[in-house]
Write a protein that binds this ligand. Structure first.
Ligand SMILES: Cc1cc2nc3c(=O)[nH]c(=O)nc-3n(C[C@H](O)[C@H](O)[C@H](O)COP(=O)(O)O)c2cc1C
Length: 306
């Protein structure tokens, strides 16, 4: 009933955590039975460890959160040595989220991770400056997306490659097509939306980094529209992410065409909720007379306005 397929990867259910909101998975064992997840998506991994931005790096907003963590992580080698051996035991597909500022570093990451047992796919975060091409983000330029994907693909053996796209509202389809042309088997839509918060009293930005990324319920309608656009008009699988906080939200993303979904900020609000959402899905589906995830995906009907 819950099985789904993203690219070549079969998942026992369509729900997984979003990168950066679930640590390396292992930290969440207190609240979530990891073996129940459709997949585990790691925090973003870079070649070398990164300390991230100074605090404050997270701010609550009325219906979401703003973060500027600065991609803090232990580095790919420590992930492979310390985390992956334990993650493997759960028998759940592990999606390694990777980021870099050059094509060469992306390729090195792909090479290291694809030679390991227990990684099922790579998720490329393209919301990073491309220092080899003037510092503009990879994800803002379709040609750079295609190039980075094809370079990663060449070094990733049999692993599927997913691309985590930024919320480029006017060119999301171009970016998704570029990912497909580069050899990606899925796009993950969407990352956080650039935003800021300020303090009138101190006259300072609230985040030490000045700006950050908005996530959570505030961005759900935007994410839903982006997912619908790509899923209905581009020939590539889509994983939907943005503001999902209930089983009904999961169904909404499947309805507009997502093959699977990721849950991010909601893990901060209630770390047990991802497990509860997965458990609630079958009953909720029966309530809506949905027989299976696979037959329900992309069944949104658009009525002609007369
Ligand atoms: C604290 C925090 C850290 C994040 N770190 C990453 C990251 O390392 N790599 C990445 O691709 N996305 C990262 N994201 C983006 C999320 O994976 C997700 O795309 C975004 O938060 C939207 O989903 P949500 O509204 O369910 O949170 C991060 C988000 C948050 C809130």
């Amino acid at each position: 009933m819950l099985t789904t397929k993203v690219g070549n990867l079969i998942l026992k259910n369509p729900v997984m955590p979003a990168s950066g909101t679930f640590g390396y998975g292992l930290e969440m064992q207190r609240w979530v039975s990891l073996e129940d997840l459709g997949a585990i998506v790691t925090k973003g991994l870079s070649l070398k460890p990164i300390i991230g931005n100074p605090p404050p790096r997270i701010v609550e907003t009325p219906c979401g959160m703003l973060n500027a963590i600065g991609l803090e992580n232990i580095g790919v080698d420590a992930f492979i040595d310390e985390k992956l051996p334990q993650l493997r035991k759960y028998g759940v597909p592990v999606i390694a989220n990777i980021f870099a500022t050059s094509y060469d570093d992306f390729q090195k990451l792909a090479e290291k991770l694809s030679s390991q047992d227990g990684v099922s796919a790579l998720e490329i975060n393209v919301s990073c400056p491309n220092v080899q091409e003037g510092g503009i983000h990879f994800g803002s330029v379709p040609k750079s997306v295609e190039k980075v994907v094809s370079k990663v693909k060449r070094k990733s053996g049999s692993l599927d490659v997913w691309v985590k796209l930024p919320p480029e509202i006017f060119r999301i389809k171009e970016l998704a097509n570029a990912a497909r042309n580069g050899g990606a088997s899925a796009v993950v839509v969407t990352n956080t939306i650039p935003a800021m918060a300020v303090d009138i009293k101190t006259r300072l930005p609230v985040l030490a980094n000045v700006t950050g990324g908005l996530s959570g319920q505030a961005i759900k309608p935007i994410a839903l529209k982006l997912v619908w656009e790509v899923a209905s008009q581009c020939k590539i699988d889509v994983v939907g992410v943005g503001g999902i906080s209930s089983a009904e939200d999961v169904l909404e993303f499947l309805l507009v065409g997502a093959k699977a979904v990721q849950i991010g900020s909601n893990n901060f609000r209630d770390p047990e909720s991802i497990g509860k959402i997965i458990k609630e899905l079958p009953d909720m589906m029966r309530g809506y007379k949905i027989k299976s995830v696979r037959e329900f995906i992309g069944t949104l009907e658009i009525r002609e306005v007369s």
